[in-house]
Design a protein around this ligand. Sequence first.
Ligand SMILES: NC(=O)c1ccc[n+]([C@@H]2O[C@H](COP(=O)([O-])OP(=O)(O)OC[C@H]3O[C@@H](n4cnc5c(N)ncnc54)[C@H](OP(=O)(O)O)[C@@H]3O)[C@@H](O)[C@H]2O)c1
Length: 339
Amino acid sequence: MGGKMEKFGFIAHLLKIENLYKQYGILKIIPEKILVWLLKWAPSFKISKITGIKSITGKEIEGYLILCPLLPQQMLSLDDKFVVRKVIQAGKIAEKAGAKIIGLGAYTSVVGDKGFLVANNLKIPVTSGSSFTAWAVLEAINRAAKNKDVDLSKSAVAIIGASGSIGSLCVRKLASQVKKIIITARHLEKLEKLKEVILKIASLEVQIEGNAHKAVAEADLVITTTSAPESLLDLQEFKSGAIVCDVSVPQNVGGKAEPERKVTLIKGGLFKAPVEVEFGIDVGLPKNIVYACMAETMILTLEGKYISYSLGDNIALEQLDGIGEMVQKHGFDIVLSSD
Ligand SMILES: NC(=O)c1ccc[n+]([C@@H]2O[C@H](COP(=O)([O-])OP(=O)(O)OC[C@H]3O[C@@H](n4cnc5c(N)ncnc54)[C@H](OP(=O)(O)O)[C@@H]3O)[C@@H](O)[C@H]2O)c1
């Protein structure tokens, strides 16, 4: 049965050294510093088989989880070419195992010109997950606004990480729906360019704000989608009644707001699958919950849509078209909660 099933590959890297100990307890005998050094030279490898993925159409697929054994700080600080070679090697493992498409998880989609270099060196298509993630965030914001009777056309929205892959998709989509947009990131020149793009899409008030704290203090809706490795904002800083969608992994928003301020926090970028998925390892999520980036690879495989998707940091807005139909067709839905 499994032989004929269509397969995908998904490349992840280590998020914490503890995850490695959890899987291979024996490694605790090696001093941490030496282990981290060894990781640099360890090849990527197949860590598990992902099974039980079944669409409501009846189609069943399976996948391989390939681990690029580098920690986040190694992914970002080692020579880009070196890291890209490791990600390509991981991709080749999936390719050999019969995968028809490969998803790039976490920082594996940030290196090598945001996925392009990896895609150019593999025979099968590659995707970063940014389109499905942005779609999920926009869907969550729209549904939460409806639930709270918030009129988008009268609202100010702040996007923290606006010049990134996901941020820029959200900004361009929301430009024609809201009254005012506040765009934030560290490099202001990228925001200047983004502002020009926004004003070509719609005429609305666009504010460039380098300070994320100031941006969120006056926004009715906030999307946080930065690659900052730490929490940037505290829930106390948001405007009363604000709707906040934090898609960053690790999360950008911490703390607790007083209940009377009625701030809604949504943990963005998660999908509910129609079945329980067997990941073969502990991914830290309930079995029917999937990160949007992996959901993108799964749903494209269920669709048989084997094309490179979501690469680079200027993804065409059209990539969002049709996602809603695909998600619904296969029985997936977004998660609209703060847990
Ligand atoms: N849930 C999911 O399935 C899923 C899927 C994909 C990605 N994600 C998460 O979504 C986030 C964004 O991903 P991406 O691919 O869009 O990243 P990206 O393209 O690298 O963009 C990151 C954005 O954040 C900004 N930024 C970085 N550090 C910042 C800081 N300290 N303060 C303010 N802005 C900062 C960057 O601009 P500057 O460099 O100019 O500051 C850029 O605008 C990441 O946390 C990623 O892990 C989640």
